[in-house]
Design a protein around this ligand. Structure first.
Ligand code: F3S
Length: 754
């Protein structure tokens, strides 16, 4: 048993009182999302929170991290002085495995190429009480659903498809590494109180339609931005008729509409899934508090009163969908898809069809897809397209192998890939004759933006259910509609594929030989975290220095950035991703995408020590070598984009002292504060113009730094004149302590020591 039963017992014991208090505070019956949110508050609420407006502190039950994002999160966690994570946490090695030839070889190669990263993650997990899932164990979200997700819980995960766990009634939210560090270190986790979108599902799925088609239709209705800042809550008889894994698929792809997360209420299918995956005790506990794991009856009766937006879908009428290309919200019912392919001149020949991934590799998905593959064999057909199968976990892979389903796929030419992200995240060495040739692929994954799967702009990627993907693989043609079109078999006969048949759960139960789990040491104090001193991919972090206790004088301007400056401009992705665990190496990308307001160029700033122009990181390193602090000046919404903590850590590491801008993207502003940086805004935005390239800068007022009290920036211009500029900040008492201590983790370390 890898899950924490005591945690669930404790949470459920507190539910009746917390939910009743929340009802009193809000003054109305509660949706399920509200019940979970209010039962996970960091502190007892004094008032109801305004949805879409108030920032609220939460206490999540768990943290899950994938291998790419876990590296910096755990390196930071190490510096906070705790000997164990504050909440149950897991690491999953799934993103760094490249699909090339097939499961066994690809996994062996990945273990070799990523050895130092895996050794680091394994040893640090061992030391700090973190469950470690080795390469090959499976994809984070499938492993979480099989082992950790539980109704009424709240978790954060360092991956955007974390909401997959909503299939078991959990509020599960994708975050950046910095948030994971907070929760593991024992800090509250902050989120704007989400708005609520209700989706009422009536009727029942039938024929070729599947849970995937529900979310593909919802994506078409809401578009890629429609769920932003909201929790999508599904309810109604149709919702209760879906399998838990089908619900997981829908919640997983809520990320494609920008939703904070998606959620289903606890029901029989969840109880069945919990029991089938070795958690009958969790199901029994959940049965005991069932009314607290579903919305209040009044919400069902009049949903438009309790959700900010309401959508209704009749499953009796739902057609299979194919979405794409290039965006997951371009939704085509299968009856209209062939027409769309022809009208838009998309390549009709289907070159590769891929099923599985964290989104769609449940036993139900695989058995339904296999029922189509089997018909191909019995009806004298073979897959005309390349066809791959990515199991979501070793448990799924082992079970479907035992039940002969992998053989069924292989019989029509299917290739089984490793239990990992692979082609879903561009980790795919695709074999294509001409990379510039327009071509079509279809997957049962979730994202289909240009270049996502194979790095090729010429690839038109579509998304559909595993059964539709399999049928199209057999036809080798995007315009094929398996509901009505016939195929010509080896004997020249016209054959029609029958509707897919599958099993919600394996009739003989799940089985697995080695699930790939490594439990942490009971006492990690003697465990050594493995990082080679000469490693280019990993670097242990030193705590940042505390504030010197004086105003900052004689700073230099590093760059005055003009226009958009997102976290990508500050810390570019792409080739730099391999340095995610090495702060000094990745700092060589600091601000290289920002436009210098004085010469309109990127990565070209004046070094005041030499008068020469050079790259931003090298110039900053020159100042650092001389012990000179610097200031970065920016425009509106500085740091928008992702929650990437590297964008705040890199300037901190290289000696930038303050970021002074017209306005901040809020998450980046908070990240800067956590790293002990000064995040300041012009009280008068026009003062941005007063900053000159050769200025020497002082920041005063720091000895009486207090919430709501502006600071002063003194600009000493080269001509001898000065400008005093008033700058605002949003630091509260606690955040000022972070600044003084040199970062939030330093504060925790000093508290742990006491
Ligand atoms: Fe991995 Fe793709 Fe899921 S990258 S976590 S399989 S969305």
């Amino acid at each position: 048993m890898v899950f924490d039963l005591d945690l669930i017992k404790k949470l459920y014991a507190g539910l009746p009182a917390k939910i009743s208090a929340a009802r009193t505070k809000t003054g109305h019956p509660l949706t399920l999302a509200e019940k979970i949110l209010y039962s996970h508050l960091w502190e007892t609420p004094t008032h109801a929170f305004v949805r879409g407006k108030d920032y609220v502190e939460f206490a999540p039950d768990r943290v899950a991290m994938q291998d790419a994002t876990a590296q910096m999160a755990l390196l930071q966690f190490m510096t906070c002085g705790r000997d164990k994570v504050a909440v149950p946490s897991t690491v999953h090695c799934d993103h760094l495995i490249q699909a090339k030839t097939g499961a066994a070889e690809d996994l062996a190669t990945a273990k070799d190429v990523n050895r130092e990263v895996y050794d680091f993650l394994s040893s640090i997990s061992d030391k700090y009480g973190i469950g470690f899932w080795k390469a090959g164990a499976g994809i984070i979200h499938q492993v979480v659903l099989e082992n950790y997700a539980f109704p009424g819980g709240m978790m954060i995960g360092t991956d955007s498809h974390t909401p997959n766990a909503g299939g078991l009634g959990m509020i599960a939210i994708g975050v950046g590494g910095a948030d994971a560090v907070d929760v593991m270190a024992g800090l509250p986790w902050e989120l704007k109180m989400p708005k609520l979108i209700g989706v009422r599902l009536t009727g029942k799925l039938n024929g070729w339609s599947s849970a995937k088609d529900i979310i593909l239709k919802v994506a078409g209705i809401l578009t890629v931005k429609g769920g932003t800042g909201a929790i999508v809550e599904y309810f109604g008889e149709g919702a209760d008729s879906l399998s838990a894994t089908g619900k997981g698929t829908i919640c997983n792809m809520g990320a494609e509409i920008g939703a904070t997360c998606s959620l289903f209420a606890y029901d029989e299918s969840m109880a069945k899934y919990l029991t089938a995956t070795g958690r009958a005790e969790v199901a029994a506990l959940a049965d005991g508090v069932k009314e607290h794991l579903r919305p209040d009856a009044e919400v069902y009766a009049d949903p438009s009163k309790y959700y900010d937006q309401l959508i209704e879908i009749n499953l009796n009428e739902l057609e299979p969908y194919v979405n794409g290309p290039f965006t997951p919200d371009l939704a085509w019912p299968i009856s209209k898809f062939a027409e769309a392919v022809k009208a838009n001149n998309w390549p009709e020949k289907l070159e590769v069809a891929l099923i599985g991934s964290c989104t769609n590799s449940s036993y139900e998905d695989i058995s339904r897809a296999a029922s189509i593959a089997k018909q191909a064999t019995t009806k004298g057909l073979k897959a005309k397209s390349e066809y791959t199968i990515t199991p979501g976990s070793e448990q799924v892979r082992f079970t479907i192998e035992r039940d002969g389903l992998l053989d069924t796929f292989e019989a029509i030419g299917g290739v089984v890939l490793a239990n990992a992200c692979g082609p879903c995240i561009g980790q795919w060495a695709r074999h294509i004759d001409d990379p510039n040739r327009k071509n079509s692929i279809i997957t049962s994954f979730n994202r289909n933006f240009a270049k996502r799967n194979d790095g090729l702009a010429s690839t038109h990627a579509f998304v559909a259910s595993p059964e539709i993907v399999t049928a199209l693989a057999i036809a080798g043609d995007l315009t094929f509609n398996p509901l009505k079109d016939k195929l010509t078999n080896e004997k020249g006969e016209q054959v029609l594929l029958d509707e897919p048949q599958g099993y919600e759960l394996p009739p003989k139960g799940f089985a697995v030989d080695d699930p790939g789990y490594q439990a942490p040491a009971k006492d990690g104090s003697k465990v050594v975290v493995m990082v080679a001193p000469d490693s280019q991919r990993l670097q242990l972090l030193e705590p940042f220095a505390a504030w010197e206790g004086t105003d900052l004088k004689g700073l230099r301007l590093l760059i005055k950035a003009k226009g958009k400056c997102t976290t990508d401009h500050i810390s570019m992705a792409g080739p730099w991703l391999k340095f995610r665990g090495h702060l000094d190496n990745i700092s060589n990308n600091m601000l290289i995408g920002a436009v210098n307001a004085f010469n309109d160029k990127t990565d070209s700033v004046k070094n005041e020590l030499t008068g020469a122009y050079g790259p931003v990181p090298a110039t900053q390193r020159a100042y650092k070598a001389k012990g000179i602090g610097t200031v970065v000046v920016g425009d509106e919404n500085y740091g928008e984009g992702s929650s990437r903590e590297h964008a705040a850590m890199e300037p901190r590491h290289l000696g930038v002292r303050a970021i002074l801008v017209k306005s901040f993207a809020r998450i980046h502003e908070t990240n800067l504060k956590k790293q002990g940086m000064l995040a300041l805004t012009f009280a008068n935005k026009e003062d941005y113009e007063k900053v000159k390239e050769d200025d020497t800068i002082d920041i005063t007022g720091l000895t009486s730094f207090a919430p709501g009290k502006p600071l002063t920036v003194v600009l000493h211009h080269k001509d001898g004149s000065t400008d005093n500029v008033t700058v605002n900040h949003t630091y509260n008492e606690q955040q000022i302590e972070w600044f003084k201590a040199g970062g939030a983790l330093n504060v925790i370390r000093s508290q742990v020591k006491k």
